[in-house]
Design a protein. Sequence first.
Length: 237
Amino acid sequence: MKNYISILLLFFLILLLSCSSEEKIIKKTPSNTIKNRKVLALGDSYTIGQSVCQTCKFPEQLKDSLLANLPDTYSVSLQVIAQTGWTTTNLISAIDTQNPSSDFDLVTLLIGVNNQYQNKPFSLYETEFPQLVTKAIAFAKGNKSKVIVVSIPDYAYTPFGQGSSNSQNISTQIDEYNLFAKNYCDTNTIAFVNITDITRLGLQQTNLVANDGLHPSEIAYSKFVERILSLALEKIE
């Protein structure tokens, strides 16, 4: 009888230890398997999402699309440094003030429309755009393959742009900015994604323009993300 009781006690002790060990494994598994990916978006009104909802701007839509296409073992966090009206000079100043970390897995850069709109010398963009690309690379762990430059939208194809005395001149200057950015990126083997043609449908497809008659809509930003997503997935994994 004593032996029987001893065996039962031993059995329950083994069972208890097994459950306890199993519980520890279960608790540890999530933190051990989740792969955290960090995204940094640099820019102006086109990045902060002027006149669209908080989750409608393209960096937020990109984050959601990345999560939807990555395995469940991934998480994605987003930091945005952008503000309506910022030129390249403003963005450099904000970056220097905020001093983001250098451990991002993906960095996007979309900047320049306010240089054009505010009639800044084109030479300023020629000087400061490369500086911003260099900073973006530094934030992406020093790896230029994790940087995506996005072309400048053309606001000439909006009601606001059509109110200009010379909307064609806007498009010509936007082309000049984008050509410089693309050539710089091509020369330095940095990804460049053209979305300008999407915005040039704004007069035909009015749902591509936000209610303010100037900025891209949520639908337009979703089309931006369609262009960017496959490249972003390659870089973030």
